[in-house]
Design a protein around this ligand. Structure first.
Ligand code: PA5
Length: 322
């Protein structure tokens, strides 16, 4: 069994290497574009969610996230499509990248290898080749740095990652928190609740617990949560346990945690505030990555193995034209 706990523990080292080594090949300064679309799936696609949320406050450009093999019609010439696939062989991402090329959009690639990287080399597209040999979800720090390097070199957009190394320093503290979280969620269906701003982290948490611990989870986003899910808690059974993510002070987050607890459910609040937005997401992702592996191990499953994703990918290859 591959020990991915160690690989998560080594995130600081991974980030350090990525910050030192990541380069844009075939850099093309685009100056201005009409919009940016991030396309990618699972552990690679989450980078698009994080960046889209971050860029809301940084640029006036429309920013879209596509987790599919098709692009919306508004992605056309003048847009930049950033295709992210750790393996470089994910069909949805490859298809979306090819569609962007057909429409005349600029395309940039982040991958560790595979057909996507070959495509980038063949067509001399800007790309960042990230460290190979990891699982996609474990490679999050490298993918994040890859994206930050591309955005800087192509569009002059700076991502706040300077404090990233600092937030990954407190291994003892983060392990303690992750163990507590894993113990809290054992035997339950985890429900991750966050504001829209922290939605990428709540989604990341769901994906990590799905893949590493093999459990079904749910994500709820505030304020929409207050218009439907809130009522469900009136009749929910004890099978759910709630993790509310907090970033800075937010009255709605505190209200959600209090309200669900008042209805008799177990709630744990995890404050991920660690300086800037991206760094806080990185820290929160570290916590949920470790916690999901710890939970998976305690349940006797192999956190590194994702057999059903393989089954799905094989099926997709049969039904999606090459
Ligand atoms: O974390 C994982 O292993 C998956 O969610 C993958 O990221 C997903 O299947 C897509 O593969 P890739 O990241 O190689 O494009």
């Amino acid at each position: 069994m591959r020990d991915i706990l160690v690989e998560y523990i080594n995130w600081r080292r991974q980030l350090e290497l990525a910050l030192r080594n990541s380069r844009t090949s075939n850099p093309t300064r685009l100056g201005s574009v009409d919009g940016i679309v991030f396309t990618g799936m699972g552990g690679s696609g989450i980078v698009g969610d994080v960046l889209a949320e971050y860029l809301k406050e940084v640029t006036e450009l429309p920013v879209a996230v596509v987790k599919s093999y098709r692009l919306p019609r508004y992605v056309r010439r003048g847009w930049l499509a950033v295709a992210i696939s750790y393996s470089g062989n994910t069909l949805e991402t490859l298809n979306a990248a090819r569609e962007a090329l057909r429409r005349g959009s600029s395309v940039a690639v982040i991958a560790s290898g595979g057909r996507l990287l070959e495509l980038a080399k063949e067509l001399r597209l800007p790309y960042v080749a990230v460290e190979p040999g990891l699982l996609p979800r474990v490679a999050f720090p490298s993918l994040l740095v890859g994206a930050s390097v591309l955005l800087r070199d192509l569009l002059d957009l700076e991502l706040e990652l300077s404090e990233g190394l600092r937030v990954l320093e407190d291994l003892e503290g983060v392990l303690k928190l992750s163990e507590r979280l894993a113990a809290f969620l054992r035997g339950a269906i985890p429900v991750f609740v966050a504001t829209e701003e922290l939605y990428p982290l709540a989604l990341r948490a769901k994906n990590e617990f799905n893949e590493n611990a093999k459990v079904v989870c749910k994500v709820e986003v505030i304020p929409e949560w207050g218009h439907n899910d809130i009522v469900g808690w009136e009749g929910a059974s004890g099978v759910f346990k709630v993790v509310v993510f907090r970033y800075g002070s937010n009255e709605l987050t505190d209200f959600a945690a209090r309200y669900i607890a008042r209805l008799g459910h177990e709630v744990e609040v995890v404050d991920v505030s660690r300086g800037g937005y991206i760094e806080s997401i990185l820290y929160g992702s570290w916590v949920v990555g470790l916690a999901s592996v710890i939970l998976g191990r305690s349940l006797g499953v192999d956190p590194s193995e994702t057999r059903s994703i393989g089954v799905y990918k094989e099926f997709l290859a049969k039904v999606l034209p090459p």
